[in-house]
Write a protein that binds this ligand. Structure first.
Ligand SMILES: NC(=O)C1=CN([C@@H]2O[C@H](COP(=O)(O)OP(=O)(O)OC[C@H]3O[C@@H](n4cnc5c(N)ncnc54)[C@H](OP(=O)(O)O)[C@@H]3O)[C@@H](O)[C@H]2O)C=CC1
Ligand SMILES: CC(C)(CO)C(=O)C(=O)O
Length: 339
């Protein structure tokens, strides 16, 4: 089976390199010029594990416009707000046999994929795998070899032969896949997880292992999980686990799965990029509104993250200088009037 990764950032490289090293044919496509040029000039991507044992892995990387490989499966991994542009630039090599598989965080991506791929060729899922792009061409796989897992579900909820082949390939690559027959519940379970872990770790700039140790983490998490579950119940979405199990997953994944990981939302913030909070906490809030339910904690958190996006970029010195200049101008004006 031939794979092409569309969006060869942190997670695209993680899945793609693991598949390639398991013997599968993988191409990488990306729109980020610095990434493509760096990988080409250094003849591969630098891969480390938990910051150790850095090695160069040769990969084939292309801009969308120059790619024409006819992959059987397209693995789509980009930020939610970058997806529409990426798909538009790749559309010329889509064919009517290809499957699109994605484990992106948040919600909103499936509708965009459906503009190019019918539901019987869309496999959605989630990845409990932490990965950090240190810089262009340099990726850090968080966790030991074999760490992490993915949940996959067909949009039709009816697995076919191709799906079983993909699951088998993912097993060979050590991605620990589980196939479910609950599409929306699978995706939303991760949205709930990220609405707690990504958002709170990002706000307070901590790693998952630090976050889970705080005495107040349980109370904060349970409140968010409860609100999200209230929304899903009203929307008729059956989640994969109970509320209690979801909290347990927050504990296990933070404590033992990815203690050293700064969630991807934090990585966005620290690189001065927009976060995906509108597709995570914002999605939960907006879905609740459709059923006359106010998930107000999620909305509050969404707005706090936007405030952090703003303040992190804020030019404090420029602001102080402007205030001082304004004060001086008013004093001069007042002095002129009184003369
Ligand atoms: N990382 C993780 O651990 C996980 C991520 N996910 C999800 O997977 C999807 C893809 O995320 P992910 O792989 O993390 O994102 P990427 O690493 O692909 O980052 C997305 C884009 O951000 C820009 N960028 C990335 N790193 C830098 C940098 N160091 N400096 C400047 N620009 C940079 C690039 O585009 P440009 O320059 O055009 O802005 C890049 O294409 C998301 O939905 C995410 O939530 C899911 C599970 C885990
Ligand atoms: C690795 C994990 C699961 C942490 O929440 C994630 O989804 C992310 O970093 O975005």
């Amino acid at each position: 089976m031939k794979y092409a990764v569309l969006g060869s950032g942190a997670m695209g490289l993680r899945l793609g390199v693991l598949l390639q090293e398991a013997g599968f044919d993988v191409d990488f496509v990306d729109t980020w010029e610095k990434q493509v040029e760096t990988i080409r000039s250094q003849r591969g991507v630098y891969v480390s594990r938990d910051g150790q044992h850095k090695r160069l892995v040769p990969v084939n990387v292309y801009y969308p416009e120059e790619y024409n490989g006819q992959a059987d499966v397209l693995i789509v991994f980009t930020k939610q707000y970058m997806l529409a542009d990426l798909l538009e630039r790749c559309a010329h090599f889509f064919n009517d046999k290809q499957y699109a598989l994605t484990c992106m965080n948040g919600m909103g991506h499936i509708e965009k994929l459906n503009q190019y791929f019918p539901s019987d060729r869309v496999i959605g899922g989630t990845a409990m795998i932490g990965t950090v792009l240190n810089q262009a061409g340099d990726v850090d796989f968080i966790g030991q070899k074999g760490a992490g897992s993915v949940n996959l579900a067909n949009q039709t909820e009816q697995p076919d032969e191709m799906t079983h082949q993909i699951i088998s390939d993912f097993k060979t690559a050590g991605l620990n896949p589980t196939l479910t027959d609950n599409f929306t519940g699978t995706l939303m379970a991760k949205v709930v997880f990220n609405s707690v872990v990504n958002t709170l770790c990002t706000m307070f700039k901590v790693r998952m292992g630090e976050f889970i140790q705080a005495p107040t983490t349980r109370a904060l998490s349970v409140q968010l999980i409860d609100e999200a579950y209230d929304v899903c119940e009203r929307a008729g979405i059956k989640l994969l686990t109970s509320r209690q199990e979801e909290w347990q997953q927050v504990v296990t994944v933070s404590q033992t799965g990815n203690p050293l990981h700064f969630p991807s939302m934090y990585q966005d913030l620290s690189n001065g990029r927009e976060t995906e909070v509108d597709y995570i906490n914002g999605y939960i809030y907006d879905l609740g509104k459709k059923y006359n339910y106010e998930a107000s904690t999620h909305n509050f958190l969404r707005n706090l993250v936007h405030l952090t996006e703003f303040t992190d970029k804020f030019d404090v010195n420029g602001f102080i200088n402007q205030v001082l200049e304004d004060d001086k101008a008013s004093e001069q004006k007042a002095a002129a009037v009184s003369q």
